[in-house]
Ligand binder design. Structure first.
Ligand SMILES: [Zn+2]
Length: 136
């Protein structure tokens, strides 16, 4: 690990597969084995029916920007992210009907609600985070 200037999420038996998926270049989300509900972020039970029968499914990663925020000032004192400003964090509604979050890779001036994007894993010095890029 080259740098540990920001904490990476603490891994546990619930979220481990999600982060392993990012490292392998895949966007994995939980799907309930009982009712079929997709959910994000990783949780120990299905938020729709309460089942413990959850499995991870690889999703297409294609979706539309639901909302976004443009970061102009990094409050964490991260030298890494300071070099990236302005950058955007997007909330994306996937084809599967759930919303996930990630970094937007591209010009922030090109962002708009409804823009079609696709998942792209993004490596930072201390791990891999979810990101999205324009489909067009
Ligand atoms: Zn369920």
């Amino acid at each position: 690990m080259a740098s540990q200037e920001l904490p990476y999420p603490e891994l546990d038996p619930i979220n481990q597969k999600y982060f392993d998926g990012l490292k392998d270049g895949a966007l994995l989300v939980q799907r309930c084995g009982e009712c079929g509900n997709f959910q994000f972020y990783p949780r120990p039970i299905c938020v729709r029916c309460g089942s413990l029968n959850l499995e991870y499914k690889k999703v297409s990663g294609k979706g539309k920007v639901y909302s976004y925020v443009i970061i102009h000032r990094v409050i964490s004192n991260s030298e890494y992210f300071k070099k990236m400003v302005p950058y955007a964090v997007v909330s994306v509604e996937l084809e599967e009907g759930i919303r996930v979050y990630g970094l937007y890779v591209g010009e922030v001036s090109s962002l708009s609600v409804g823009k079609e994007v696709k998942f792209k894993p993004y490596s930072i010095p201390w791990g891999v985070i979810p990101a999205f890029e324009s489909l067009a």
